[in-house]
Design a binder for this molecule. Structure first.
Ligand SMILES: Cc1ncc(COP(=O)(O)O)c(C=O)c1O
Length: 1009
C-alpha cells in the first residue's frame, strides 16, 4: 500500500477532447463517425459509431480508450490479452481491433506524456445494476458467464505485477487503511466482520488456485440483451481490474454484486453457485477445490467490506460526489446481507458436498435431558405443517405460537418442540415466503410448572449471562437461551453428568406479539430453548431462519434433537417437489393440467391461505371451490359427524337430501319471496350437472340440438365436452363439435366481434340469426347454454342486455335456457347469490357445483319439476354418491357458513375494493387493460398495448410465477391465457386484497422477467 488505483487518482484523467479522439481514430484506424464520450474513473473512453469501414463496409461501434498515463505497459498487455481470450472463447467482450499499422495497442502523446490507447468493439446491451429485481434465470446466466470467463482466462499468463485495492488478496489491508473514513457507528462492525472473514480465508489462502481474472464481473459490468423475448446476460465489459489473483475471488465479486438486488430467495444464490460449479468442472475443467469452497462466503463478505470502505474513502476525498453517496446505500445493504449470513451455513447452502463430514454436527444420542419440576419427562410436539399438534384454527394469527403451546400445556405438563421440523405455527400471512422464519434453529421446551435442563455428560461452562448459558460438551457447544443458570456457573466451571444446567424462565401470562397485539393466557408458562453446534460455529447464529436458508443453518444444528433423545423425522418433512411431480406424472395422462413450473407442495389450507411443506403461508387467489375458506372447522365437523353416522346412497330415505334441496331453493327466491324453481337434483360435479341438464333439456323438448357459446368450458364428459368450445382447452374445438352442437358468438363487449355500447344488441341479433337458421333447417334447438359470467373469456360480464335478449330469443324458438353457474354462482359475485339474478334473467335450468361442497364433491341441477320429471321418459335416474348424507352435510354446512359469516356481502365489499385498487394500478401499468367481473369473480386482463389489445400471455405467465415467489397463488385464465384469475375464497379480507394488489404492483413494475 498505497494501492495503484488510489495512487493513479492523483494524476487526473488524460487530457483529450472528443474532437481530438475523432482525429486520432481517423489517423490510426482509418475510421470516421460520430464520437461521444463515455464515463471512466481514470481513463478516457469515447464511443465511435463509424460511418463506413475502410473497405466501404459498415463496421460496428467501437470504444476508443486512452489509458491513464500512469498505467503500466504490462497492465495494458494483460487487459488486451484477457479481452482477446474472451472474444475467441465466444464471449461478447470488447475485443481489441487492430489499427492500420497492424498493432492492437497504440501510443498517444498528450500534454507531453505518453498514453496507451486501444480501439475496442462496443458490446451493445444494458447493465443489470439499476434494476432492483433480477429474475433467477438472469442470475444463473451471469454465473455461467463467470464460469466461462474463468475457463477462458485459465491459461492466459498474468504479466503485470499489480497491486490494486480491488484484489481480494489485499482486502484486509484496504479496509483497515480506509477505515478512518468510515463513520464511527459503522466502523467497528466493518472491522470486526473483516477480521473474522480474513482469518477464515487465511486458513486456506495457500491452497487457493490463482489465475488471471477479470476481477469485476458485476451487475455494472455485464451486458444483457433481450434474446427470444427473454433478457439474457451476453457479455462483459470493463477490463480495468484484470489481475492475477485467486480464481474464487472472481466468483465472490459477482456474488457480492447480487446482494443489493431483490432476488426471489436465497435459493437463487444456490442456483448460481450450482451453475458455476458445473461450468467450471465441465469438459475436464478445474472444479471448485475444498479451499475455494470454504473461502467463498468470507470473500463475499470481504468484497462487500472493501466496497463500503472505499466508498467512504471516496466521499472523504470528494464529499459532493452524489454518485458515491447513492452507491453507499446499496453497498451497505450488501455488506449487511453478507455479514448477517454465517460462513459455515452459507458454505453448506451454496456449495453442499455429498461427501460432507457430518461428524461435526451429529451429536451422541441422549446427551441432555429435560425434567419437569415433578420429575416428569417431556412430551414431544410436532408443529410440522403435516403434524397434528397445531390445529388449523389457531394458525396465521399473531399469537399463534403462544396459543398453540398454551393448548398443548392443557394436555401435557412439559412439552418439547424439536429443532429439525419446520413450524407451521411460524407462518406469517402477507409476508414473502423467504421472510417467513418457519425453521427453528433450536429445540424449545415449555412447561406449566417449571422444568430444567440436565446434562447427561461432563461439560465445561464457556459463558453464562442473563438468560443464556454456553457450555462445551465433547466436540460440541451447547447454547441455551431463556434459562436461569446457577450463579455458580462461571466460565471454566466443570459440570458433571446428571447436573442441572439451569431452570426454564417463567413467561408472562400476557404475551406480546411482533405486531404489538397481546394475548392473555390462563396460566403462566416456563420456557427454554437449546441447540447443539459444532464447537467452531459462530456464536451469533439466529434462532430461526426461512426455509430457503434452512439447508445451510439447519446443517449446523442438526444434532440438537438427537442429543435430547428425540426421534424426529427431520428433513423428511421437506418434500422434494420435483420428485413428487415426477411420481405423479408417471401415471397421469400427459394432458392433465398442472400449475407452475416448480410447484410448491401444499399440506394445509386455512381460510384464504395455503401452507406449504415448509410451513409458509401463501395467499390463495384462485381456489373458488374453497368458497368458505380452507379447512373450515364447521365443514370438517359436519362431514366428520356424517361420516361417523351414515353415508349411503339416495335410494334410501334420509333427511339431509331434502334439507339441502330446500335450502338451495331458498337461495333462488326473488324479491317477492317466491322461487321460480321447485326441483333440485344433487350430483357429484359440475360436469355431471351439465351433462344431466343437457339430458333434461333434450328429453323435455324432444329436440336434439344445443346452442352453446364460443370460448366456453363446461366439463369433460362426452356431452359436456361437446358443448365446450374453448380453443385454449382444445385448439380444434370449433372444427370438431358433433352435429348436435351449434356454436354462437361469445358476447364479449371488451374484445369480441362487437364492442362497446350496442354490442349486446348486436350479439343478440347474431344469436337470433343462428336460432332462425336452426329452425329453418328443421333442427330447432332444445337449449341455449351460457355461463352467467363468461369465465373462460376472462371473467367478462356478458355485453349489456345480452342475457335478457338471449332468454327471449331462446324462448321465441321454444328452447330452454341453461345457466352454467359452476364457477360464478353461490354468493361469489356479491350483488346476488346467483350471477344470473344480477343479469335480470330466470334461466330454465341452473347448474352448479364447486363451492357447493367447498371441496366435497357436490353439484346440482336446479330447475322446474315439469322439466326434470321428463327424465322419466328415458328411464330412471340415480347417481350413487350424488346427494349422499356426507355430501349433503357438507352442502348444508357451506350454506350455513355463507350466511353466518355474511360472505356474499364480503365478496361484494372486498371485490369492489380490489377492483378499484387494480383500476388505480392500471393508471400506472399500461399492461393492465381491464378488470372484468363482479364481486370476487374477477379477471385482470394483460395486454402488450391497449390500442391493439394484443394479449400478453407471456407476461401473465411470468407474473404468476413471480407472484408465487411473493407468496401469492395466482393463475392465468381465458382463451388467450392473458387474464389473471381473481377468484379467492370468499373469506378474503380487505388487507389480503391489498396485499395481493401490492404484490401485483411490485411485480408489474419489474423490467425483466
Ligand atoms: C363453467 C364450468 N362448468 C363446468 C365445469 C365442470 O365442473 P367439474 O370440474 O366440477 O366437473 C367447470 C369446471 O371448471 C366450469 O368452470
Amino acid at each position: 500500500m498505497p494501492m495503484a488505483a488510489t495512487e493513479a487518482a492523483s494524476y487526473g484523467r488524460p487530457a483529450i477532447t472528443p474532437e481530438l479522439a475523432a482525429t486520432l481514430v481517423a489517423q490510426r484506424y482509418g475510421l470516421t463517425g460520430a464520437v461521444t464520450e463515455l464515463g471512466s474513473q481514470q481513463d478516457r473512453n469515447f464511443l465511435l459509431r463509424p460511418d463506413t469501414g475502410p473497405s466501404g463496409a459498415s463496421v460496428g461501434a467501437l470504444v476508443f480508450k486512452v489509458f491513464h498515463p500512469a498505467t503500466d505497459a504490462a497492465v495494458v498487455h494483460d487487459q488486451v490479452a484477457a479481452m482477446t481470450a474472451l472474444a475467441s472463447a465466444g464471449i461478447e467482450a470488447p475485443a481489441p481491433v487492430a489499427a492500420a499499422d497492424g498493432t492492437l495497442v497504440q501510443r498517444v502523446a498528450l500534454d507531453g506524456a505518453d498514453h496507451f490507447a486501444v480501439a475496442l468493439r462496443f458490446v451493445e446491451g444494458e447493465q443489470l445494476v439499476d434494476e432492483r429485481h433480477l429474475p433467477t434465470h438472469l442470475v444463473t446466466g451471469l454465473a455461467s458467464l463467470v464460469a466461462r470467463v474463468s475457463r477462458a482466462l485459465a491459461d492466459v499468463p498474468a504479466t503485470a505485477d499489480r497491486e490494486t485495492q480491488w484484489d481480494l488478496r489485499h482486502a484486509a489491508t484496504v479496509v483497515s487503511e480506509f477505515a478512518p473514513a468510515v463513520p464511527e457507528d459503522r466502523r467497528g462492525r466493518l472491522l470486526a466482520v473483516t477480521e473474522r472473514a480474513w482469518a477464515r480465508v487465511q486458513q486456506v489462502a495457500d491452497d487457493l488456485p490463482v489465475q488471471l481474472i477479470h476481477g469485476d464481473i458485476t451487475d455494472d459490468n455485464v451486458v444483457a440483451r433481450t434474446v427470444d423475448a427473454r433478457p439474457r446476460v451476453v457479455g462483459v465489459i470493463d477490463f480495468g481490474d484484470v489481475v492475477g489473483s485467486w480464481r474464487i475471488g472472481e466468483v465472490a465479486v459477482t456474488l457480492a454484486s447480487m446482494l443489493h438486488h431483490d432476488l426471489d430467495d436465497h435459493g437463487v444464490l444456490r442456483a448460481m453457485t450450482a451453475t458455476l460449479e458445473q461450468g467450471l468442472a465441465a469438459d475436464d475443467g478445474l472444479p471448485l477445490t475444498p479451499a475455494e469452497r470454504s473461502a467463498l462466503w468470507p470473500l463475499v463478505q470481504l468484497r462487500c467490506a472493501v466496497l463500503v470502505a472505499s466508498g467512504w474513502q471516496q466521499l472523504a476525498v470528494d464529499p459532493h460526489n452524489t454518485y458515491a453517496t447513492t452507491r453507499m446505500a446499496h453497498e451497505w445493504r450488501s455488506f449487511e446481507t453478507a455479514a448477517g449470513l454465517d460462513a459455515d451455513a452459507m458454505a453448506a447452502l451454496l456449495l453442499p458436498r455429498e461427501d460432507a463430514d457430518a461428524s461435526t454436527t451429529e451429536a451422541p444420542a441422549a446427551l441432555l435431558a429435560l425434567r419437569g419440576v415433578d420429575g416428569g419427562s417431556p412430551t414431544p410436539l410436532s408443529f410440522a405443517p403435516d403434524g397434528d399438534d397445531a390445529p388449523s384454527r389457531l394458525l396465521l394469527r399473531p399469537d399463534t405460537e403462544a396459543l398453540v403451546l398454551h393448548h398443548a400445556l392443557a394436555r401435557h405438563p412439559l412439552v418439547v418442540v424439536p429443532q429439525r421440523e419446520p413450524r407451521v405455527t411460524s407462518a406469517r400471512p402477507g409476508v414473502r415466503p423467504d421472510r417467513q422464519h418457519t425453521y427453528p434453529l433450536a429445540a424449545e421446551s415449555v412447561s406449566r410448572g417449571g422444568h430444567e435442563l440436565v446434562t447427561l455428560s461432563d461439560a465445561i461452562v464457556l459463558s453464562a449471562g442473563p438468560g443464556t448459558l454456553h457450555v462445551r460438551i465433547g466436540a460440541h457447544r451447547l447454547e441455551v437461551a431463556d434459562v436461569q443458570p446457577s450463579p455458580a456457573y462461571v466460565p471454566g466451571a466443570l459440570l458433571t453428568a446428571g447436573e442441572s444446567l439451569g431452570r426454564a424462565t417463567p413467561l408472562d401470562q400476557v404475551s406480546t406479539h411482533a405486531d404489538g397485539s397481546t394475548t392473555t393466557l390462563e396460566h403462566a408458562r416456563h420456557h427454554l430453548r437449546l441447540r447443539l453446534l459444532p464447537a467452531s460455529a459462530a456464536i451469533d447464529l439466529p434462532w430461526d431462519c426461512p426455509a430457503d436458508l434452512a439447508p445451510g443453518y439447519g446443517a449446523l444444528v442438526a444434532g440438537t434433537d438427537a442429543a435430547l433423545g428425540l426421534a424426529t423425522s427431520g428433513t423428511d418433512h421437506a418434500v422434494d417437489a420435483a420428485s413428487e411431480q415426477a411420481r405423479r406424472n408417471a401415471f397421469l395422462p400427459d394432458n392433465t393440467e398442472r400449475y407452475y413450473a416448480r410447484p410448491p407442495v401444499f399440506v394445509r389450507g386455512w381460510r384464504s391461505h395455503l401452507l406449504d411443506a415448509d410451513g409458509r403461508a401463501h395467499l390463495d387467489m384462485v381456489n373458488n371451490v374453497a368458497a368458505i375458506g380452507h379447512s373450515h372447522p364447521r365443514l370438517q365437523a359436519a362431514v366428520t359427524r356424517a361420516l361417523g353416522r351414515l353415508n349411503t346412497n339416495s335410494r334410501f330415505l334420509y333427511r339431509d337430501l331434502a334439507d339441502l334441496s330446500e335450502r338451495i331453493l331458498e337461495t333462488t327466491r326473488g324479491a317477492d319471496g317466491t322461487s321460480p324453481y321447485d326441483s333440485v337434483v344433487l350430483v357429484n360435479s359440475g360436469t355431471e350437472a351439465v351433462d344431466l341438464a343437457l339430458r333434461m333439456a333434450t328429453i323435455a323438448t324432444g329436440r336434439r340440438q344445443v346452442v352453446t357459446h364460443a370460448e366456453g368450458y363446461h366439463g369433460w364428459s362426452t356431452a359436456a365436452d361437446a358443448i365446450t368450445t374453448s380453443a385454449y382447452d382444445n385448439p380444434h374445438a370449433l372444427d370438431s363439435r358433433p352435429s348436435w352442437v351449434t356454436v354462437t358468438d361469445v358476447p364479449n363487449a371488451f374484445r369480441g366481434t362487437h364492442r362497446g355500447e350496442g354490442a349486446g344488441a348486436a350479439y343478440a341479433a347474431d344469436l337470433n340469426g343462428v336460432l332462425d337458421g336452426l329452425v329453418d333447417a328443421g333442427t330447432a334447438p332444445a337449449a341455449v347454454i351460457m355461463e352467467s359470467i363468461l369465465g373462460n373469456s376472462g371473467g367478462v360480464v356478458p355485453a349489456a342486455g345480452y342475457s335478457v335478449a338471449m332468454q327471449e330469443a331462446a324462448h321465441r324458438v321454444g328452447a330452454l335456457t341453461i345457466a352454467d353457474e359452476v364457477q360464478v354462482g353461490y354468493a361469489r359475485t356479491g350483488e346476488s347469490f346467483w350471477a344470473f339474478q344480477a343479469e335480470g334473467v330466470t334461466p330454465d335450468v341452473v347448474v352448479c357445483a364447486k363451492a357447493m361442497g367447498n371441496g366435497v364433491p357436490l353439484g346440482a341441477v336446479i330447475t322446474r319439476k315439469e322439466i326434470s320429471d321428463q327424465l322419466g321418459r328415458e328411464g330412471t335416474f340415480f347417481s350413487t354418491t350424488g346427494g349422499s348424507p356426507v355430501a349433503c352435510a357438507a352442502g348444508l354446512a357451506v350454506l350455513d357458513v355463507l350466511a353466518d359469516e355474511a360472505l356474499q356481502a364480503n365478496a361484494k365489499a372486498v371485490g369492489d375494493h380490489l377492483a378499484g385498487r387494480v383500476a388505480e394500478l392500471a393508471e400506472r401499468h399500461e399492461s393492465i387493460a381491464a378488470v372484468h367481473g363482479r364481486g370476487l369473480y374477477r379477471g385482470i386482463e394483460l395486454v402488450t398495448d391497449r390500442d391493439s389489445l394484443t394479449p400478453d400471455a407471456a407476461l401473465t405467465a411470468a407474473v404468476c410465477e413471480a407472484l408465487l415467489a411473493r407468496g401469492v397463488i395466482d393463475q392465468a385464465t381465458s382463451e388467450r391465457q392473458n387474464v389473471l384469475k381473481v377468484k379467492p375464497p370468499l373469506t378474503l379480507t380487505v388487507e389480503e386484497a391489498d396485499s395481493y394488489v401490492d404484490a401485483l404492483d411490485e411485480v408489474l413494475s419489474r423490467k425483466w422477467f
